[in-house]
Write a protein that binds this ligand. Sequence first.
Ligand code: NAD
Length: 393
Amino acid sequence: MIIKPRIREFICTTAHPVGCAELVRDRVERLRGVRLDDAPKRVLVIGCSGGYGLATRIVCSFAGGADTVGVSMERAPEPDRTGSAGWYSNRAFEKLAADAGRRAFTHEGDAFSDEMKNRVADTIAEQFGQIDLLVYSLAAPARRHPRTGEVHRAVVKPMTPFSQLKTLDTDHGRVIEVSLGAATGSDLDDTVAVMGGEDWAMWIDALAHRGLLSPAFRTYNYTYIGADATRPIYGDGTIGRAKAHVEETAREIAGRLGAGRARVVALKAIVTQASSAIPILPLYASLLRAVMNERGGQEDAVDQILRLFRDVDPDRDVDEEGRIRLDQAELAASVQDEIRARWPHVTTETLATLADFPGYRAEQLGLFGFGVPGIDYSLDVDPMEAAFMERAA
Ligand code: NAD
């Protein structure tokens, strides 16, 4: 079939196998010659197929020389329907890892379930003996609680009602204003159940129980802190509360494993499937891109994660809350002052001059393997074919 992007709001229901593979290959290629000898060698990444999780798996494997287990939620392809972008990215990653002599095992399904934890524990026990690092990079819309069976749905809402909130209608490139009602108590509880730290702790417990954590074991969980523009909806909203719960959980896990063994890592805003779904974020990210392109210091997920493993001493390089910070360039006063200055003036008409919407849009399409330079999108592709893997090699 000829595969075209079919976008509805922030979701693309198709993905291009060759494009997804090419983007993985490109990131791996960028790390050629980079060697992180002291990086952990047996790594588990929960949420491995996109955004920061995929970048982590790539950096650990190709710069750090690690063998990896990855967990993500995917849709496999069917003869007349493409798989999810993450499904193709996982296959491309596995092929490139095998070519480089790294072992890579991927489990696709629900990370929140006991069944997945058992499957992953079996793989670690059989293949690695133990792991040295668990990175929790899950961003999920919902969670079936493994003890109660209840399905919790995360909502992105402020704690007080918000009217005339500027955001971007990315389908049409229009700046619009929306009103958001305040979160209820159950909205908050549900969001904390999905995006808080409980499942992270359950993973650590399940693996510790089976003796699968090495003496040098550490664990990281990724967070976004953000600044004024995003604070009402993110930091001070339901997601921010869930992230506060992740920080409490880091302290609990470190209490059991040892000081500094569990860290929250604050990263910069990037375009991912998860971040596109958060109101304000696409507009903020388009402004941030423009400002950082002008001033320099632009980084993508691989740049951020490479710095995490190359430049950070997790015992020393932490803020007063014990978090590792890689978001300083984004939060620099000069960058945030400029975003604050542009914010009231950004409209549909001024979007092209004040923000980098084309760059945002290109990255968003790239999440699904579209718009990748050098790929002929008019060619027939079998969504089930493994031919894309040959290309990835
Ligand atoms: P993403 O959407 O790119 O990736 C999410 C991953 O979670 C995917 O691999 C997906 O398959 C997996 N997943 C979702 N539900 C699952 C389930 N039930 N079982 C198994 N796997 C599941 O997300 P992202 O933006 O890279 O976010 C990852 C983490 O990084 C989050 O904690 C997020 O808060 C944090 N972070 C993101 C940004 C940003 O701007 N995107 C910035 C800072 C921190």
